[in-house]
Design a protein around this ligand. Structure first.
Ligand code: NAP
Length: 317
């Protein structure tokens, strides 16, 4: 019985491996638009796809970022500046893309731009702190997608949305996890809708990687700023001991970061170039071995794991 089972499992993986290594044809004629290419995953993906010969349309937040990227890539790669929180900026970028892709349409849209601060316990934050993150990570992604979908439909192409392992397990307060849960929900409904039009939607769910988004320096500074302006009542119920332990935890992130960003960009590349892309890609061992299993655990167990050993607020009952 065990032998039959082992053979069946082996066969399943063999068929899956064979299916997943089939690549779409004429990659050199295909256009891919990527947001957030100044640094991190977006920057590496733009260079990676350019090396592969695809036609990369890279959107950067700053002209400086765009200039640096152009200096490192071939003449085929073109850049545009885009702030995903601004409707005029999105409309101008969509028009720019339309002029380039023409009747071929847009093969790939990679919604990668994102921010992670301010992140802190919810009670330290204001509504505006949540809005700041949701504007970029969720509403920005939605507006870019809606603006470019007619071009993606024309090419029967792909939408690749960058979520996070924190779009499965909410480990911190603030807008970040909320935004990534939103990205998951948006992508799930979009995938079903677009299946009627031959467009595939993939989600990338990385664990913790070393980029600006996970910089302990930036995370600690913004958490400290938020604490400074919190009400005296909040400061009293949490206390300085809690703050110190929270800051220590934030600084310790450094040791848990994966340095090889290609684990993420290889997933993005597969989603764009494979005939049969996956619906979800978990990137990084922490995502695969910790957050993914945790997302299937009973809530009481996840709550116990995430609060175990952590300093309690001063006025905890
Ligand atoms: N690093 C991780 O561990 C991790 C894990 C899971 C998911 N992610 C997600 O991966 C994506 C890429 O992040 P990353 O880790 O590569 O960090 P990153 O290096 O900071 O990249 C984020 C990019 O988004 C750009 N950006 C910020 N605000 C923008 C706006 N309003 N409009 C357009 N672009 C904007 C940034 O530009 P500037 O550089 O000019 O600020 C930067 O190029 C994000 O969606 C993030 O949430 C990251």
């Amino acid at each position: 019985m065990w032998l039959y089972l082992a053979v069946l499992v082996g066969l399943y993986y063999l068929v899956r491996w064979h299916r997943e290594r089939q690549v779409v044809s004429h990659l050199r004629d295909k256009y891919v638009f990527i947001t957030g290419c100044d640094s991190g995953f977006g920057n590496l993906l733009a260079r990676q796809l350019d090396m592969r010969g695809m036609r990369v349309l890279a959107a950067c937040l700053t002209e400086k970022g765009a200039e640096q990227l152009r200096a490192q890539t071939s003449d085929r790669l073109e850049t545009v500046t885009l702030d995903v929180t601004k409707t005029e900026s999105i409309s101008a970028a969509a028009q720019w893309v339309k002029e380039r892709v023409g009747d071929r349409g847009l093969w790939g849209l990679v919604n990668n731009a994102g921010i992670s601060v301010p992140s802190a316990p919810n009670q330290w934050l204001t509504k505006q702190d949540f809005v700041t993150i949701l504007d970029v990570n969720l509403l920005g992604m939605i507006e870019v997608t809606l603006s470019l979908l007619p071009l993606v439909r024309k090419a029967r192409g792909r939408v690749v949305n960058v979520s996070s392992a924190l779009g499965r397990v909410s480990i911190t307060g603030g807008g970040y996890c909320i935004s990534k849960y939103g990205v998951e929900a948006f992508s799930d409904s979009l995938r079903r809708e677009l299946s009627y039009f031959g467009v595939k939607v993939a989600l990338i769910e990385p664990g913790f990687f070393k980029t600006a988004v996970t910089s302990p320096k930036i995370l600690s500074k913004t958490a400290k700023d938020v604490w400074e302006r919190a009400s005296s009542e909040v400061k009293q119920i949490y206390g300085e001991k809690f703050l110190a332990s929270y800051m220590k935890l934030t600084e310790r992130i450094e040791g848990r970061l994966t340095h090889d960003l290609s684990l993420v960009t290889d997933c993005m590349e597969h989603a764009l170039t494979a005939c049969h892309p996956r619906t979800r890609y978990s990137a990084g061992w922490d995502a695969k071995l910790l957050y993914l299993p945790m997302s299937y655990m009973p809530t009481f167990l996840v709550d116990a794991i995430l609060t175990w050993g952590f300093t309690r607020p001063a006025k905890a009952v």
